[in-house]
Design a binder for this molecule. Structure first.
Ligand code: AMP
Ligand code: MG
Length: 487
């Protein structure tokens, strides 16, 4: 276990120099205080969880103090936002404080979001509010606990600094961890500004640090792009299988590592709705729940375009062609598991589609349905769940197919099947209304609810006595909350 001053820095991205990032010091927040910290994220840095309660912790992660070895940098990038190219992006309010490595020699970027203005702030104030910082913290750690790759969050530090959004709020900072903060938009930036040398340097950096196994391949850059395609197909399959809607899949928010990244007005589905749009400024539904699948491919094409100086168009197209089949295979595999199936049959895809259609028509809770389906024998479970469906005849027809399919599936007993299903079907997810309750309390200075919710979400598959209220459908007020996009 390490103390805070024992972190070991190795600032590999900073060493790329001024063409890639700009030195900027964090701008401190007033009266910093710990809102919440993640013990699991602390462990990634070998930090003793007790240090989170020390004053120096809040000072470090609110811009008051800095390690001598830290090299705070604002990264430059660009990207496609809602389909249009924006040449001027970059870390407008976040700083890469430095890279540290743990005892296992794993490097982690320490990224402080809400750290003040940078050369890339454009009209922005460089700040993040408490509300959005809590949402990012909870989502990062909840996704990780569900087995969905994501950037991690070490802590949220609150403050008394006023920040103006639709109304006056308070500034906060979230300390984000990831193996890299390089986005698709980094490659786009050097491609569209016609800086082939720097682009090559960036590509070499990513290849050697994050895709070393691709260096053994005959065409390392192509192997790396393929790997990025695969990781994105797997990531988006997980989002779709678990009902996660990102909301702002611009290419500047897409991680080169294929992890969930840059949280805005995201949401987990309550009722199943394929057309759900969590971002209320997304009027055309470009980033609706079901559109995440083709948008994943669109974003990869934008990255492919930026890689044309290194890889032939033909090879890029072929690699892009892997996306959909891989997505489909991964998604179906996850959905089979959610249904408790261990074998594959040709009609499984139809079984899933039919179920989702029925859930859509009856606004059935996406998470609880799967959880309940694994509570008891298939026959008893469907008999209990049928009341949730308006089209009872339709559900009965599905249930008959499903129970027959389960009977054909494996020799294990009902108990084993239930156990298997509970291990993949969460009871607790980060519902918008739960986050909202925690935020409302935190805004009045009570952090106990954020901390409790975070705790519950770290073990989403385990029934936790006394936590029943976190496993409920939303009350009426919490059903269609409009999450502000200003963060
Ligand atoms: P986002 O929508 O959070 O992914 O941000 C898109 C771009 O706007 C990025 O370049 C951000 O750094 C920048 N940005 C967002 N909010 C602010 C802010 N309050 N101040 C400065 N820049 C911001
Ligand atoms: Mg962003």
């Amino acid at each position: 276990m390490k103390a805070l001053d024992e972190l070991t820095f190795d600032n590999r991205f900073a060493r790329l120099g001024d063409a890639f990032s700009t030195h900027v010091l964090p701008e401190p927040l007033d009266e910093p205080r710990l809102v919440v910290a993640s013990n699991a994220a602390m462990a990634l840095l070998d930090l003793d969880p007790a240090v989170a309660e020390t004053p120096v912790f809040a000072e470090l992660f609110s811009g008051h103090k800095l390690w001598a070895e830290a090299q705070p940098r604002a990264m430059v990038y660009s990207g496609h936002q809602f389909g249009s190219y924006n040449p001027q992006l970059g870390d407008g309010r976040g700083l890469l404080l430095g890279e540290v490595y743990n005892e296992a020699f794993e490097h982690w970027d320490l990224h402080l979001k809400g750290a003040g203005q940078t050369p890339y702030s454009r009209m922005g104030d460089g700040r993040a509010v408490l509300r959005s910082s809590i949402r990012e913290f909870l989502a990062s750690e909840a996704l990780h606990a569900l087995g969905i790759p994501s950037s991690r969050a070490l802590c949220v530090i609150g403050s008394s600094t006023p920040v103006w959004r639709e109304k006056q709020e308070r500034g906060a900072m979230v300390l984000r961890l990831a193996h890299s903060h390089i986005r698709f938009g980094h490659f786009e930036y050097f491609y569209y500004t016609k800086k082939p040398e720097q682009q090559k340097e960036l590509a070499e950096h990513v290849l050697s640090l994050h895709f070393p196994e691709c260096m053994e391949q005959p065409e390392p850059y192509l192997a790396m792009f393929r790997e990025i395609v695969e990781r994105n197909a797997e990531l988006i399959a997980k989002w779709q299988a678990y009902g996660f809607c990102h909301g702002v899949m611009n290419t500047d928010n897409m991680s080169i590592l294929g992890i969930t990244f840059d949280f805005g007005p995201f949401a987990f589905l309550d009722d199943f709705d394929a057309h759900f749009i969590c971002n209320h400024s997304d009027h055309e539904g470009r980033y609706s729940f079901s559109n995440q699948v083709p948008i994943g491919q669109w974003n990869l094409s934008a990255l492919a375009q930026a890689l044309t100086p290194f890889i032939s168009v033909e090879a890029l197209k072929e690699a892009l062609g892997l996306y959909l089949p891989l997505y489909q295979a991964n998604y179906l595999d996850l959905m089979r598991r959610r249904l408790g199936l261990t074998t594959a049959e040709d009609d499984d895809q139809k079984l899933v589609e039919r179920l989702l259609q029925l859930m859509q028509n009856s606004a059935v809770d996406y998470t609880l349905f799967f959880r309940r389906l694994g509570d008891e024998s298939a026959a008893l479970a469907v008999a209990r769940l049928r009341d949730d469906f308006v089209d009872i005849a339709g559900f009965d027809a599905w249930a008959e197919q499903y129970t027959a399919r389960v009977a054909r599936d494996s020799d294990d007993n009902e108990e084993q099947r239930c156990e298997r299903m509970h291990a993949v079907n969460p009871l607790y997810i980060l519902r918008n209304y739960l986050a909202q309750n925690a935020i409302t309390a935190a805004e009045s200075g009570d952090y106990s609810e954020v901390r409790r919710l975070h705790e519950v979400l770290t073990r989403p598959f385990e029934e936790q006595p006394g936590m029943e209220q976190y496993a409920q459908r939303p009350p009426d007020w919490g059903k269609h909350l409009e999450i502000s996009c200003s963060s």
